[in-house]
Design a protein around this ligand. Structure first.
Ligand code: MV4
Length: 380
């Protein structure tokens, strides 16, 4: 990639949202080779990649965090047991180098705490090359609400509102929407302020996402900060009018966001279309697309790279398209999504389209009362 940048005379490198987007070593090499890495500084990526240092940074900046161990777990078993008793069971043990649901374990009682920690430590050492783990109170049925932030090189940071990403399956998001059906304007204000403070405290640059867990009393707690543009960024674009990729490039080029005014208008939903068989445990369904017709019309956006005749490789992520519908209200956006899903024709492979059709008719989804447990608690 660096050679390609060299021979094409590129000024900067946009890392996308794949493997290189949160790789601090790659960002550092880009910086050292004299190109602009379109994103935060490599030190910021590294700081947020270590979940213990990220959480420490947030506490320092006054961002609410889940009650838990003060950083990495100590060696002394008695201290760990006392610590867990103070937090109260159930607790969750998480790998400092993990994230996105990898390297974590819920512990329900004292009898299995120390052995569970040992298992998590060895798994973390094997998977991430670091055995460091920390512990926090386990929230039973949280919502996943994340704040989109944008920061420039001149000390300005703004919030572009939240996205609700509670609908996940095995830590893979399947549907995202903005605004969150659960978030009030007061909560939005407070979460936005917390996320902006988080960004300012690390002299953040570019687009970033601060993930929070929200409990049923609407308390919110920092979970992780993603230092890349995310798959679900379109729903934020739709309700703010900002092209986030354009903004990433502008702030990387040194432009100021001092006069940006963000207004949230309407409602936007994104369904991830994966080449998977929802009738067979969401097994990957690679192969050749023999016929394709994409939905369209007012308020319907489809982001995809596929076309009729395209062959989906078994070697990469199974997401092949995103349908994003936008309308004045949530109900209208749902109706538009139903119509778009019905209009979508794709032959030759199995996709998650039939699953999304069922989801759009689910009572709890329509009411907007779903949590991160939705997929476990419902049979699709
Ligand atoms: C938690 C949690 C409950 N309590 N932490 C999953 C992904 C990783 N970023 C952290 N995760 C969780 N952390 C505490 N203290 C529940 C989860 C979790 C989850 C979070 C968001 C969306 C889906 C999830 C599915 C299972 C567990």
């Amino acid at each position: 990639i660096l050679s390609a940048a060299e021979v094409t005379g590129a000024d900067g490198i946009h890392p996308g949202y794949g493997f290189l987007s949160e790789n601090a070593d790659f960002a550092e090499q880009v910086e050292r080779s004299g190109f602009k890495f379109i994103g935060p500084r490599s030190e910021t990526i590294r700081l947020m990649g270590d979940k213990v240092s990220a959480k420490h940074q947030m506490r320092k900046s006054g961002v609410p965090t889940v009650p838990g161990s003060d950083g990495a777990l100590p060696d002394d078993p008695d201290e760990i047991l006392r610590n867990a008793r103070d937090i109260g069971y159930p607790v969750i043990v998480k790998a400092a180098a993990g994230g996105g649901g990898r390297g974590m374990r819920v512990v329900h009682n004292e009898e299995v705490l120390l052995s569970s920690i040992e298992v998590t430590q060895s798994e973390a050492a094997a998977a991430f090359g670091s055995p460091v783990v920390y512990m926090e109170k386990f929230l039973q049925r949280p919502r996943h609400v994340e704040i989109q932030v944008l920061a420039d090189q001149h000390g300005h940071a703004i919030s572009l509102g939240e996205r609700d990403c509670s609908l996940q399956r095995r830590h893979q998001k399947i549907l995202e929407e903005a605004p969150s059906p659960l978030v009030t304007s007061d909560l939005r204000q407070r979460m936005g302020e917390a996320a902006v403070n988080a960004a300012l405290s690390v002299q953040y640059e570019g687009a970033g996402t601060v993930e929070f867990l929200v409990d049923d009393e609407l308390n919110f707690y920092f979970m992780e900060m993603n230092t890349r543009i995310q798959v679900e960024h379109p729903v934020t674009e739709q309700i703010t009018g900002y092209d986030l990729i354009e903004e990433q490039i502008k702030v990387a080029a040194g432009e100021s966001i001092a006069d940006y005014q963000v207004q949230l208008t309407g409602h936007s939903i994104e369904c991830r279309i994966n080449a998977e068989d929802p009738d067979n445990n969401f097994r990957p369904s690679p192969g050749k697309i023999t016929n394709l017709h994409l939905p369209g019309g007012h308020g319907v956006r489809v982001d995809t790279h596929v076309y009729s005749g395209y062959t989906i490789s078994p070697n990469y992520d199974s997401m092949i398209a995103k349908i994003i519908t936008t309308d004045r209200g949530r109900g209208e956006a749902i109706n538009k999504m139903k119509r778009a899903l019905d209009e979508f024709v794709i032959e030759g492979i199995k996709t998650t389209i039939p699953f999304h059709r069922k989801l759009m008719d689910n009572e709890d989804y329509i009411k907007g009362v779903y949590t991160t447990k939705f997929m476990e608690e419902n049979n699709f």
